[in-house]
Write a protein that binds this ligand. Structure first.
Ligand code: C2O
Length: 484
């Protein structure tokens, strides 16, 4: 069975795994966009817009409109289909690359490597092979993309450890969101209608690392054109396996709407149409998928971490409805500077009654910050840092312990356009702030009647060209929820 290897463990820059990948990508790039096994067609399955197509050739033949509608712009985000859809997409891509490699005399068991950027700061440097302009023989390197963040191709670390962190997502105990509370995989939805709260793994590290690489990786319509996209998604897919294996109580959805009721269209490695259901992709060692990961362990995942993650009760307790205890009354606009929002809080009277905002041991509760309808018309700052109760007059950067997480912008522009199948309602995220609120309470800095949320642009030096004015981001609402 082909093994997906860690790109960080490959012994040389041009290990055969990457050299064959580069050669196959070069071949796929020579195929016309009408060929389902071409590089551009494969990327268009995720997203395509002729206005945004950087490789567009005036007057070129395009696939029939009916084919474009059926096979292109299919990426599933902001729902429980995010992980399975991308798993299937990656698998057919991997088979297509493997077939291409075989056709030019390479091995028959090539598998997509994964980019495990979460293990150290150095791991957030783009793997060296992707930074080289040429292959060892002097020919152009098809893995190189000049449009990335300036840091990416100059061997600098991308983003910060907050971008690559898996702590928040791997500490979720369920796959399916509980209302607006993000769990690992995302919320229930029908296909292509998703406008829910993104799953925890989709927010970080998935969306954040898209932003950290930048360039084509920053938009649905171009992301698949960057060869690193596929290694990033192999890692996200691996995280799903890690999450699932880390406790017997962690399971995939068993709902028919996830497993059986809908079918999904792709092309196989010969360019022939194939239709699958997600019950066919839950086992990566099946004959259809046929791959395994070199390693399925992750820093910070331990039994202790899992137990601590559910203060409200055991992992098998039934979902209790989350109750909103405060929300902003007006929209907020984020720009290039810090923006603050104040929330008035009321004690819960509904499903979370008895779970006190006082955070006393007698009234245990999980506390979640939910940020909804995040919209932007054009590409904003790649992400914002979200802080809770930074004392007035003090700087958020001096209070890393009060950071709830990153609010990434990947997909925000796409999800703000009503016409394009990604909702038009913007992006929604939730952040588990239970530990932060407990900590504030312990030091006497928690007011059960009010809280402040601060948004600070998440900047790493050089991540935007000088002089580029950040485009405004609109936040529809900020709410606090209690979950018993
Ligand atoms: Cu459909 Cu990483 O994106």
């Amino acid at each position: 069975m082909p093994i997906r290897l860690s790109v960080l463990n490959l012994s040389t820059t041009w290990d055969p795994t990457l050299l064959w990948y580069a050669r196959a990508v070069a071949v796929m790039k020579t195929r016309p966009i009408t060929d389902p096994t071409s590089w551009r067609y494969q990327a268009a399955i995720h997203g395509y817009s002729s206005q945004m197509d950087p490789l567009r050739v005036a007057g070129e033949a395009m696939p029939a409109n009916s084919d474009q509608r059926k096979y292109w712009n299919q990426c599933q985000h902001q729902s429980w289909y995010f992980l399975p859809w991308h798993r299937a997409y990656l698998s057919f891509f991997e088979k297509t690359v493997r077939r291409t490699i075989q056709s030019i005399g390479g091995p028959s068991d090539w598998a997509l490597p994964y980019w495990n950027y979460s293990v150290s700061d150095n791991a957030r440097r783009l793997p060296l092979a992707f930074q080289q302009i040429n292959l060892p023989d002097g020919s152009p390197n098809a893995l190189f993309v000049s449009q990335r963040s300036p840091r990416a191709n100059t061997n600098q670390t991308l983003g910060t450890s907050a971008d690559s962190s898996t702590v928040a997502c791997l500490s979720r105990n369920r796959f399916i969101n509980n209302g607006p509370i993000a769990e690992f995989g995302g919320g229930r939805s029908g296909p292509s209608t998703a406008a829910g709260v993104s799953g925890a793994c989709e927010r970080t590290p998935h969306n954040t690392m898209h932003g950290a690489v930048g360039g084509w990786m920053g938009a649905f319509e171009t992301a698949g054109l960057d060869p690193i996209f596929w290694l990033h998604h192999a890692n996200i897919d691996r995280l799903w396996t890690i999450w699932l294996n880390s406790a017997p109580t962690r399971t995939d959805p068993t709902d028919a709407n996830w497993l059986n009721n809908f079918s999904w269209d792709f092309h196989d490695e010969n360019g022939n149409p194939v239709t699958i259901r997600f019950n066919q992709i839950v086992d990566t060692t099946s004959q259809l998928l046929d791959y395994q990961y070199e390693a399925i362990s992750a820093p910070g995942v331990s039994a202790a971490g899992l137990v601590g993650a559910a203060p409200g009760g055991g992992m098998s307790r039934p979902d209790s409805l989350p109750e909103m205890v405060g929300t902003t009354r007006s929209r907020l606009t984020l720009g290039g500077d810090q923006t603050d929002a104040e929330l008035a809080l009321q004690p819960p009277t509904g499903p979370a009654a008895g779970a006190g905002l006082t955070m006393s041991a007698a009234e245990p509760a999980n506390v979640h910050l939910v940020i909804e309808h995040v919209k932007a018309a054009s590409l904003p700052i790649e992400s914002y840092e979200v802080f809770v109760n930074v004392p007035s007059g003090e700087k958020p950067e001096d209070h890393p312990e009060l950071m709830a997480g990153l609010l990434p912008m990947f997909g925000v522009v796409e999800s703000s356009r009503p016409s394009e199948g990604h909702g038009g309602e913007g992006v929604n995220y939730s952040f588990d702030v239970t530990e932060i609120v407990r900590e504030l309470n312990a030091r006497g800095a928690w007011d059960p009647a009010a809280m402040r949320v601060s948004f600070v642009p998440h900047r790493t030096p050089g991540d935007r060209e000088e002089g580029v004015v950040p485009q405004p981001v609109e936040v529809g609402s900020i709410s606090l929820y209690l979950e018993k």
